[in-house]
Design a protein around this ligand. Structure first.
Ligand SMILES: Nc1ncnc2c1ncn2[C@@H]1O[C@H](COP(=O)(O)OP(=O)(O)O)[C@@H](O)[C@H]1O
Ligand SMILES: CCCC(=O)OP(=O)(O)O
Length: 358
């Protein structure tokens, strides 16, 4: 008989906290709590959000009248720990330490493993992370930037990128490692991953100012102008970093990280909001085009996903520019919660080997 597992999945993102409980592959409940820019700007460091996000998660579970003692495990989105290969990792002391410092950078996902561990510990359970944001499958070309002191890094949305690529592959009648895809995950940050036969061989580091601008990030900037801004004496390093991640993109131009609010402004006749939002689609399309060249045009599908993929106008603007490359598939939202839970179930069922974080 098949084992039955109830698993709590928690996913702190830059604009939201997502909470879900699954019993095997069946969703018991899922909630998304959105965070406005002003909710989060009072926290200096990501680790300062620990109590705030943990309380939201526990209150949400309570509202659902779910008894935590029924759980078998807790899984969190994996954050900026040391780069690792894809897979499921048990949270350990080393990982909590690295996530708390943010050894690869600051992002809400750093709280995934930390909060999962805190909740699991109180329940006498184990906590896990699956395919953390720092999964690194780069080919050599992708590591080179343009000056030897700066190496390019893989920081993106591998959990959802791979989950939707697997769905696209199964719809094509094969498996993930049979095909090439360009996947654009479009959330608070936007990553455009180049998937070659089951590996993400290049992707923009969407946390540190590479690629298109996004709801809360600047993306790539003209370097000379950025250097002048850094040395102008007007800003601290922390302020500059915030301009790039957290207060860039739509937040900088339009004062909101919420694309639905931007849509409202546009529907009220705001031409500036329209220009900025359409430019985001233009930049996304341009990066998809560049990604296709890495695969020498051999792309089975372009895949659009993330919260912004719910916006049919944005999707249409991108399609118009990239559909000549390959058929476009759209999976709005994310499959991260399901993907995390299945990663843990494969371990509990002995179908996959648990990886150890060192
Ligand atoms: N129905 C929708 N239409 C347009 N934009 C949406 C919709 N739902 C969510 N979004 C936008 O998607 C973005 C968040 O995407 P999401 O994948 O949840 O991000 P994250 O995980 O980074 O917090 C926000 O800008 C939000 O406004
Ligand atoms: C480290 C990058 C992952 C990321 O940007 O996730 P969100 O879009 O959820 O903030």
């Amino acid at each position: 008989m098949k084992n039955s597992y109830k698993i709590l999945a928690i996913n702190p993102g830059s604009t939201s906290t997502k909470i879900a409980i699954y019993e095997n592959e069946n969703l018991v409940f899922k909630e998304t709590i959105s965070h406005s820019n002003s909710d989060l700007e009072k926290f200096d460091k990501i680790s300062d959000q620990f109590e705030y996000r943990k309380k939201i998660i526990l209150d949400t579970v309570k509202e659902q009248k779910f008894n935590l003692s029924e759980l078998n495990a807790v899984v969190g989105r994996g954050g900026n720990m040391k780069p690792v290969e894809g897979g499921t990792y048990k949270v350990n002391e080393e990982m909590v330490g690295d996530l708390t410092v943010g050894v690869m950078g600051q992002h809400a996902s750093n709280l995934g493993g930390i909060i999962a561990e805190a909740i699991a510990k109180d329940l006498g359970l184990s906590a896990y992370v699956v395919d953390p944001v720092v999964v690194d499958e780069f080919e050599d070309y992708a590591r080179i930037s343009g000056i030897p002191e700066i190496k390019r890094k893989s920081k993106d949305h591998p959990l959802n990128q791979k989950a939707v690529a697997r769905i696209a592959a199964s719809e094509l009648g094969g498996v993930y490692s049979d095909y090439n895809f360009v996947v654009a995950h479009m959330g608070g940050g936007i990553s455009i991953g180049i998937h070659k036969k089951g590996r993400i061989i290049d992707v923009n580091n969407c946390l540190d100012g590479e690629g298109t601008f996004s709801p809360e990030r600047s993306g790539s900037l003209p370097v000379g102008s950025l250097v002048e801004m850094c040395f102008s004496g007007k800003y601290t390093m922390h302020e500059i970093k915030k301009k790039i991640t957290g207060k860039g993109g739509l937040v900088a131009y339009l004062g909101t990280n919420d694309a639905r609010e931007v849509k409202k402004k546009i529907s009220e006749g705001d031409e500036y909001a329209k220009l900025i939002y359409e430019t985001m689609a233009y930049q996304i399309s341009k990066d998809i085009g560049a990604a296709a060249t890495v695969l020498k045009g051999k792309v089975e599908n372009i895949v659009l996903t993330g919260g912004l993929a719910y916006d049919e106008d944005l999707v249409q603007w991108i399609k118009e520019r990239v559909e000549f490359i390959a058929p476009v598939k759209v999976y709005p939202g994310e499959n991260e919660m399901y993907a995390m839970v299945q990663g843990v179930i494969r371990i509990l069922n002995g179908e996959e080997k648990l990886k150890v974080y060192i």
